[in-house]
Design a protein around this ligand. Structure first.
Ligand code: CAA
Length: 260
């Protein structure tokens, strides 16, 4: 499906979704959110995809937030619908079975930071700036930022960042654990692709079950989380990939997985 604000490209097992509205620093207006939702549907339906990179078009921004011009005149009812839709679409990104990597190439502010937080992990360019500046507009994050940032960094650091609205640079984000790696700007997409392609060589059902165990287990007690892990572990036995993975090891050759 052709999009106006999204570019969705596929390279074998790796798909790349670029938010592409650079004149507005890729701000998330209703059209971007709608097209993001559709593009995620395409990724879900594409059997070959085993990892997804999310990035921003242009030189300056990953995504500079929800579109302030569109938000400025919202009524309470419209604001509720806007937040609910943004949260729903980011939840569907988070729920993709395949791993997702945010390649943050510049400003990731407000809804842009929330988009990156809905990915499994973030790789940042040295030029990246991340933050939740909503209180400077006298609102708060509405696409899951108060929840996902707090779960990732803990309450005190999330409060400092959200109450001040300060954006942090890539080095600080690395120190806090908000991003996993920082690379030179021109190496960003290559590094994200390298990670995506490596993940794509692993057992795809196993990677999906690992993601499920981490995501669903995170809010459970350790005991319940381990129970969930046990079931996910057992489900993998008897798959063709499990047989192939272990056989290939014993035969001292590389495994070839089919996702069965
Ligand atoms: N919404 C709408 N338009 C935006 C935008 C946004 N979030 N961010 C940038 N733009 C537009 C600017 O209005 C400008 O458009 P014009 O050329 O038509 O004037 C264009 O993008 C370029 O931006 P700047 O001229 O401002 O670029 P800069 O380099 O001087 O500054 C910036 C860059 C610091 C990122 C600055 O643009 C900025 O502060 N943007 C807003 C960041 C923000 O507050 N984000 C949070 C939004 S609220 C939110 O996201 C709520 C939620 O949780 C759902």
């Amino acid at each position: 499906m052709p999009f106006e604000t999204i570019v969705l490209a596929h390279d074998g097992a790796l798909s790349t979704l670029t938010i592409n509205r650079p004149k507005a620093l890729n701000a998330l207006n209703a059209q971007v959110i709608r097209e993001l939702d559709q593009a995620l549907g395409e990724v879900r339906a594409r059997k070959e995809t085993r990892a997804l990179i999310v990035t921003g078009g242009g030189e300056k921004a990953f995504v500079a937030g929800a579109d302030i011009a569109e938000m400025a005149g919202l009524t309470k009812e419209q604001a509720l619908a806007f937040a609910a839709e943004g949260q729903r679409v980011l939840a569907s990104l988070e729920a993709l079975k395949v791993p997702t990597i945010a390649a943050v190439n510049g400003f990731a502010l407000g809804g842009g930071c929330e988009l990156a937080l809905a990915c499994d992990f973030i790789i940042a360019s040295e030029k990246a700036k991340l933050g939740l500046p909503e209180v400077s507009l006298a609102v708060i994050p509405g696409f899951g930022g108060t929840q996902r940032l707090t779960r990732l960094l803990g309450k005190a650091m999330a409060k400092q960042l959200i109450f001040t609205g300060d954006a942090i640079d890539a080095a600080k984000a690395l120190q806090l654990g908000l991003v996993n790696e920082v690379v030179a700007p021109d190496a960003l997409l290559a590094r994200a692709a390298e990670l995506g392609k490596k993940i794509a060589t692993r057992g795809p059902i196993a990677v999906a079950q690992a993601k499920k165990a981490i995501e669903q287990g995170f809010d459970l007690s350790l005991e319940k989380g381990c129970e969930l892990e046990r079931h996910a572990f057992v489900d993998l036995f008897g798959t063709a990939d499990q047989k192939e993975g272990m056989k290939a090891f014993l035969e001292k050759r590389a495994a070839s997985f089919t996702g069965q």
